[in-house]
Design a binder for this molecule. Structure first.
Ligand code: FPP
Length: 253
């Protein structure tokens, strides 16, 4: 985790850059409504802003950026909106992959990818394949993702191994469960940012967020820019992460 005074800001406040960051990209609909635009325009602006977030996070030194793009519950939206989101998803990687490449951003997906329509699955596979050697940052797109579904999937995988005799029930511990999550090599998020004021996780990284710091902003996702990100990292620098223990100062008393 990088800790530094930011030259881009006039104040001397310390900024701490999380190694692993999660972002719930919420508020596209409200952003569009405020401008009397269709919801699809909000999602389009949200996708543009994701590109900016990638650039800013890469420059700050974030190593893993996980963004919530489409949840297992989002299928319940009107078919028209679901179709537009799928279209936007395909367009995003068509249009921006060259820029992601320039920024050294590797793309990965987390979620129930196997259940997605074939054309979307292909975009995911192709995006991962093309970017596998990029080193600066990993962009992990949570697509058809649900934290509960991820846990169900892990329980099923472990149960199969118990059934076949490969594992014993007594082998099941937190480490084993973590190893059976969708992307076990990705560190748990240090910080989760949720724009647009809602104070909930909405089924995002339920297992992985056990000790994540949360940062909520009223800003709607398409308006969430460099200044908000910087503020989140400044506030994160002031957080005392105790993981259920005592802070350093308390231990020394
Ligand atoms: C929540 O806002 C946002 C979504 C359900 C979709 C997020 C998608 C994007 C930012 C763009 C597409 C992503 C990729 C990877 C290209 P909302 O619609 O619930 O907003 P509201 O709460 O204001 O209605």
């Amino acid at each position: 985790m990088a800790l530094f005074g930011n030259k881009n800001n006039s104040s001397d406040e310390v900024i701490k850059v999380p190694e692993s960051l999660g972002v719930i990209m919420d508020g596209n609909g409200r952003w569009a409504k405020k401008r009397m635009l269709p919801r699809s325009a909000g999602h389009r602006a949200g996708a543009e802003n994701l590109k900016e977030l990638c650039r800013n996070c890469g420059n700050y030194g974030v190593k893993y950026l996980t963004v919530y793009a489409f949840s297992t519950e989002n299928w319940s939206r009107p078919q028209d909106e679901v179709d537009q989101l799928m279209k936007l998803f395909v367009e995003f990687f068509d249009r921006y992959d060259a820029e992601l490449e320039q920024e050294g951003i590797r793309v990965r997906f987390t979620g129930d990818i196997a259940s997605l329509p074939e054309n979307i699955r292909k975009v995911c596979e192709e995006g991962e394949r093309r970017s596998v050697n990029r080193k600066k940052m990993q962009l992990i797109v949570a697509f058809n993702y649900g934290g509960r579904r991820e846990l169900v999937n892990a329980v099923q995988k472990i149960s199969e191994k118990v059934k076949s005799g490969e594992l014993d029930i007594s082998d099941i511990d937190e480490k084993l469960i973590s190893e059976n999550m969708y992307l076990p090599d990705v560190p748990d998020p240090d910080l989760i940012i949720r724009p647009s004021g809602e104070m909930r996780l909405s089924n995002f990284l339920l297992w992985e967020s056990a000790y994540s710091e949360l940062w909520i902003s009223d800003c709607l996702w398409p308006d969430f820019g460099f200044d908000e990100l910087t503020q989140a990292f400044k506030d994160y620098a002031k957080r005392d992460r105790r993981y259920g223990g005592l802070s350093k100062n308390d231990k020394e008393e």
